[in-house]
Ligand binder design. Structure first.
Ligand SMILES: O=C(O)CCC(=O)C(=O)O
Ligand SMILES: [Fe+2]
Length: 234
């Protein structure tokens, strides 16, 4: 566990920051060990950890299901959420600044959550997703209320499936969307923008809106764990 905190501290955060500025996403390979990814998959079958289950097709979100954790989060997730946040707050603050959005994010997750609570958002947006054959997640953004943090994380919990690529689209004003397709390995952590990234142009920076989703799983079962830093209203 401490060891995981050290692994997070040892990530090359200046490289991650540069990737986020350039591409709106950054892959951190092999953050989690197999014992940790299988512990996280096992949580899915322990209902006491969860506050809500969503059957995706009922909402036309795709095909599959996910469950939102309830507080208190398992220590491993609290640890990742808190420690990764502190490295991402400066990236988010740079983005707001260059885009001239009057918003700055506090240095700690606890302070962000005080802002969420004041806005009536006090439930964790941390979830495990499970997809079977044909499972997919349609393109979306994870905004859960007025207070939002513009970066989020997915942890990939297995790799014994085919298809199920992680897809990001970047929309440029007056142009078609650019697509990035990733096939991360079990234990990888992906950091990506929740709604937009700044892009430099001759006239300064503009917002390129981004969405994410998952392509169809062709065989096997796919598990992923999403960490959204702001809290949700429902
Ligand atoms: O299953 C995935 O990889 C995507 C999950 C997702 O949409 C999220 O965590 O926000
Ligand atoms: Fe999502």
């Amino acid at each position: 566990m401490n060891n995981l905190q050290e692994r997070i501290a040892q990530i090359d955060w200046s490289h991650v920051t540069q990737q986020l500025h350039d591409h709106g996403h950054a892959l951190v390979p092999q953050l989690l060990h197999n014992t940790e990814t299988s512990e996280l998959v096992d949580f899915y079958h322990q209902p006491q950890h969860f506050r809500k289950k969503i059957i995706m097709e009922r909402y036309r979100f795709g095909l599959g299901e996910y469950q939102y954790f309830q507080y208190p989060l398992p220590a491993i997730l609290q640890n990742i959420r808190e420690n990764v946040y502190t490295h991402l707050a400066p990236v988010a603050n740079t983005w707001m600044k260059v885009l001239q959005i009057p918003q700055q994010y506090p240095a700690t997750l606890q302070q962000l959550h005080e802002q969420c609570t004041a806005a009536g958002q006090d439930l964790p947006a941390v979830l495990i997703l499970k997809y079977g054959i044909g499972g997919h997640n349609t393109l979306h953004q994870d905004l859960y209320g007025d207070v939002y943090f513009p970066l989020q994380v997915v942890l990939f919990l297995n790799e014994d499936y085919e298809g199920g690529e992680f897809v990001l689209t970047q929309q440029t004003p007056r142009a078609q969307s650019k697509v990035t397709v990733l096939s991360p390995r079990c234990g990888d952590m992906l950091i990506f923008t929740t709604n937009f990234k700044p892009v430099k142009s001759v006239k300064g920076y503009y917002r390129a809106h981004m969405k994410h989703g998952v392509s169809e799983v062709r065989s096997g079962q796919r598990y992923a764990l999403g960490i959204i830093f702001h809290d949700a209203k429902t």
